[in-house]
Design a protein. Sequence first.
Length: 202
Amino acid sequence: MPTVPRRSARRMRFVRRGRQVIVAFCDIDKVLNDEAFVFAAHEDGVPFPVLSDMASGLDPVRCARLQRVLAATGAAIVIVSHWRRYDAPEAIAAEFAAHGLTAPVVGAVGGTDGARDLRAEATRVWLAEHPGVTAWCVIDDEAYRWLRASTVERTELRDGKRTYASETVYAMPEWLEGHAVFVRDGLDEDDAAKVAAILGGA
């Protein structure tokens, strides 16, 4: 399994817009591209796990779309993606910039532990460590990684016999309500408008 690269000694630049600190927690795959674009960029739709090859799947149109919103709101990026397993945030930021997404990258969370992604908890920790953030938005295609799961058990009577059943129910955690845009297959104009509304409300 790839190891998480060490961050360089250079501190990532934090951004303020007046007294506001605005951040977009951004996933990459199926946010800054869609399935069709990735398949067009890679013969079998699966990039080699090296940043330069993965970055060829970044869609300049979607990068520019997000850049327009972030520039208008003065927001910076915190990377939330498994791409962190393959290179440092500064290197990913350089690939963003090469594809038209030039908003500063100020951090990276989650995405390093396979199925145990833990991006939601890592985001909460990051926010707690940066209390000056005045507006923030999660942009991701995998809503299930953010929702709170709970098990609901019930008893049923069938043919005179008592049976037990359970199901997993997912709900939006309170801390995330009003702070997330879950996209389907790449950031579209409607998604961008929702992000702008959340970040521009600071």
